[in-house]
Design a protein around this ligand. Structure first.
Ligand code: ACO
Length: 325
């Protein structure tokens, strides 16, 4: 099997920013509640007409330039998203045309907040066994398109954004191990009930506000802490490493309190945890992807460093990955 690593990164966040002060004017909430309960201060949100493939196009161009390869050199595009431009075709297909990546096989992956780690692992398999050479892997979400702006329990949490990486063969390091999992028995505690084949869109589903994210946050909180802790332990064991080997953990950014509880359970000091939740909120699959891109661009990840991706979300799904930079 070939060694596969990330050779380029790119992030795009929409220009518009929604602050906690803005939300105070929309629902019965406060900056104090949002900050202390979640760690979020502001989030980027799309402008009218801006969709997932637009964000992905901008992030992809940056990642391709960073990697020093052209779009036509790509033979695989995998996009992790639960908020594509439309139910079908895939964002990956739309993006392929925008980029002019005409030689690339394209598909989307639906694994919610763990989507980017899932996508990275799937693309890695294709490249490691030699089926493809260069892959573009993306985490992109426009969560504000499925946010109920009347529900204070969820609308303060979400934001929009995109992170893209280029994967290719590397001489040393790269993706060392991946661990993916799912517990479908708890799928009901985080979902969007309508708009699929179970409950197609009707006037009634719209009137009942069924096209928005429904979340039992309190229940999820405990599961998120335990699951992310376990996923980190398993993936490091697979890599034959311990937490002492990890230089930076890049977790899914659902809640700063969840992240710090996981770090505490694992005995990882706070300065080894990367956070962008304060500026970006929860962007589902885009959270881990953008956090990785930012950490690299800020110089928090250096050649040879061991980084640990750790994500959890609707499904319930989880994914963790150990990468040597
Ligand atoms: N402003 C003010 N008060 C609020 C707000 C708000 N925005 N939202 C809820 N409250 C109130 C509630 O009504 C409740 O009031 P009550 O005690 O009078 O009934 C009180 O605050 C406490 O509510 P909880 O829901 O218990 O608050 P909690 O501390 O659990 O925080 C949160 C809620 C932030 C959602 C947290 O539970 C969380 O982060 N959960 C995990 C989310 C997660 O990991 N999701 C999976 C990934 S996301 C994905 O896949 C898209």
């Amino acid at each position: 099997m070939k060694k596969i690593g990330i050779i380029g990164v790119g992030e795009y966040l929409p220009k518009k920013i929604l602050t906690n002060a803005d939300l105070e004017k929309m629902v019965d909430t406060s900056d104090e509640w949002i900050t202390t309960r979640t760690g979020i201060k502001e989030r980027h949100i799309v402008s009218e007409g801006e969709a997932a493939s637009d964000l992905a196009f901008n992030a992809s161009n940056l990642a391709l330039a960073d990697a020093g390869i052209k779009a036509e050199d790509l033979d695989l595009i995998v996009v992790a998203t639960i908020t594509g431009d439309m139910p079908f075709p895939s964002v990956a297909s739309i993006l392929q045309n925008k980029l002019g990546a005409m030689h690339a096989a394209c598909f989307d992956i639906s694994a919610a907040c763990a989507g980017f780690v899932y996508a990275l692992s799937v693309a890695n398999q294709f490249l490691a066994c030699g089926t493809y050479k260069n892959a573009l892997v993306i985490g992109v979400e426009v969560l504000t398109s499925v946010t109920d702006w009347l529900d204070r329990g969820t609308c303060v949490l979400f934001g929009d954004g995109c992170g893209a990486v280029v994967l290719s063969e590397v001489k040393s390091g790269g993706i060392i191990s991946s661990y993916l999992g799912c517990d479908g028995s708890r799928a009901n505690i985080l979902n969007m009930p309508a708009g699929g084949s179970r409950c197609p869109a009707t006037h009634e589903t719209v009137d009942k506000r069924m096209h928005y994210i429904k979340m039992q946050g309190n229940e999820l909180f405990k599961i998120a802490v335990n699951t992310m802790t376990k996923a980190a332990l398993v993936v490091l064991e697979q890599a034959k490493m311990t937490f002492a080997d990890v230089d930076l953990i890049i977790p899914h950014q659902a809640n700063a309190r969840i992240i710090m509880a996981v770090a505490k359970k694992l005995g990882i000091p706070e300065d080894k945890v990367y956070l962008n939740i304060e500026r970006c909120g929860n962007m589902s699959s885009a959270s881990t992807a953008t956090a990785l891109c930012e950490a690299v661009k800020e110089g928090r990840v250096k050649k040879g460093d061991i980084i640990l991706l750790d994500a959890f979300g609707a499904g319930l799904v989880w994914g963790a990955s150990v990468i040597q930079w």
